[in-house]
Design a protein around this ligand. Structure first.
Ligand code: GDP
Ligand code: IMO
Ligand code: MG
Length: 424
């Protein structure tokens, strides 16, 4: 069997959660492979909104396994809060969720270090979600990290104290005040509760599942332009967010990767600092934010808004080997008579589709063409000509088929352009 992948092609918040929840019905296992509680994935089921941070977006589907892979970083406090909310809503999380022993733990001092590092950067701060992501991945690659499997070991507290003390020494270089004890107490209580959840040795779990014919859907967090290697560095997150990370974040061979489904909004947003060539820092951007409800699902921060950026989208498709595109928030463009599509960048006296090496310091002028909007999308009607034209243009530009168009936050607000042939 193969592993299909859903991931974001922009700077996050493309609507991945909604699409994963919808498609989860066709799979046996829904697996997160990277990132952590910096993610905020919104699902709207029967008019009720749910926001997930660490738990995969298949959790509302009966009979599915939701797997948190080794590539994910876990904060027991956030995870337990999320579980409590879900259980209050009647979702049997213990039955449906499994965690890799190899997933790294976010300690309270990782969160403090994140905040200290950000505030020391002043105006050049990354705009981190302050969930401790960067410091935790630093400890992982620095070979100092604590992992989920460690919480069941006898020497867990010894290991914890060792790492905590290292962090306390590090914190001395910052002028940052903090109160560790209450956070630590809450964290230890959450760790105690986490012991009751199923842990597995990743490699055997996932490969034996594949051998048994289980269908797996990998759920990306963040977006390709936030990738640690290929994003707008240093304004990125600390994990690889692209399809290659599915292999390292779950423990599978590349030969098992099937469809790579890339999600893009019909326009573009970014939250936090960093380059955003198509940003509309004016009343048009303001209107996109208002109509699209563009406020962060994790931090509530207003998202920066602009027109869709095809050079960046093309770049993201190349890195990921995208086989199908899904466009979300098509309904939001109804608020405009016409909307922009950036086709090229101008910099260094040339017009090009290629992204420059240094997106931060290069002055990029976007070349933008305009398309007519399509009005309301009716599910039982043939596709409007204007929408068809836009889809045709995107498919030709990217040389990848558009499989679905999402026209509302609700689970069923989707138009399938492949007549159910999206999945292999
Ligand atoms: P994710 O991080 O990629 O899962 O996306 P977020 O949940 O952070 O942000 C996407 C937002 O758009 C959420 O509020 C969704 O409920 C909403 N959304 C998703 N698809 C659509 C759509 O097609 N139309 C509208 N209007 N909202 C959508
Ligand atoms: P989902 O999965 C949008 C951004 C932050 C910041 C940068 C680094 O919901 O799409 P970090 O906390 O990772 O150190 O922050 O990355 N960022 C996201 N932006 N959606 C996300 O996740 C994000 N996760 C991190 O705003 O600019
Ligand atoms: Mg989000």
């Amino acid at each position: 069997m193969q592993v299909d992948v859903i991931l974001g092609l922009q700077w996050g918040d493309e609507g991945k959660g909604k699409i994963v929840d919808y498609l989860a019905d066709k799979y046996d296992i829904i697996a997160r492979f990277q990132g952590g509680p910096n993610a905020g994935h919104t699902l709207v089921i029967d008019g009720k909104k749910h926001v997930l941070h660490t738990v995969p977006s298949g959790i509302f589907r009966e009979g599915k396994i939701n797997y948190i892979g080794n590539g994910v970083v876990i904060d027991p406090i956030t995870l337990m809060k999320e579980i409590d909310t879900l259980e209050k809503e009647g979702v049997p999380v213990k039955e449906r969720m499994i965690i890799s022993k190899r997933a790294n733990l976010i300690l309270p001092t990782h969160k403090i270090l994140d905040a200290a590092s950000e505030s020391s950067k002043g105006s050049s701060k990354i705009g981190s979600t302050l969930k401790g992501i960067g410091p935790t991945y630093m400890d992982k690659t620095g070979r100092n990290g604590l992992r989920i499997g460690d919480i069941l070991e006898e020497d867990f507290i010894v290991k914890y104290e060792l790492l905590k003390n290292k962090h306390l020494q590090l914190l001395q270089i910052y002028n940052h005040s903090f109160e560790l004890e209450p956070m630590e107490e809450e964290w230890m209580n959450a760790v105690e509760r986490l012991k009751e959840y199923r842990q597995v040795e990743s490699v055997y779990f996932i490969n034996e599942s594949l051998k048994k014919g289980k269908r797996i859907l990998a759920e990306g967090a963040q977006g390709s332009m936030l990738d640690i290697d290929f994003g707008t560095y240093p304004f990125v997150t600390s994990s690889n967010t692209i399809s290659a990370a599915v292999c390292t974040g779950l423990g599978i061979s590349p030969k098992h990767i099937g469809e790579v489904i890339g999600i893009t909004k019909a326009y573009c947003t970014r939250v936090g600092s960093g380059p955003f060539p198509t940003e509309l820092d004016n009343e048009v951007g303001e209107k996109l934010r208002k109509e699209g409800g563009e406020f962060g699902a994790t931090t509530g921060r207003p998202r920066r808004c602009g027109w869709i950026d095809l050079p960046a989208l093309n770049y993201a498709c190349l890195i990921n080997g995208v086989t199908k595109i899904i466009i979300t928030k098509a309904d939001i463009l109804n608020a405009f008579d016409e909307f922009g599509v950036t086709t090229h960048y101008k910099y260094d006296n040339k017009e090009t589709k290629d992204l420059p090496y240094d997106m931060v310091n290069k002055v990029i002028k976007p070349t933008t063409i305009f398309f007519k909007s399509w009005g309301n999308i009716e599910h039982d009607q043939p596709l409007k000509e204007e929408l068809k034209n836009y889809i045709d243009y995107l498919e030709k530009y990217l040389n990848i088929p558009v499989a679905m168009v999402s026209n509302g936050p609700g689970r069923e607000q989707l138009i399938d352009l492949t007549e159910g042939k999206l999945l292999a």
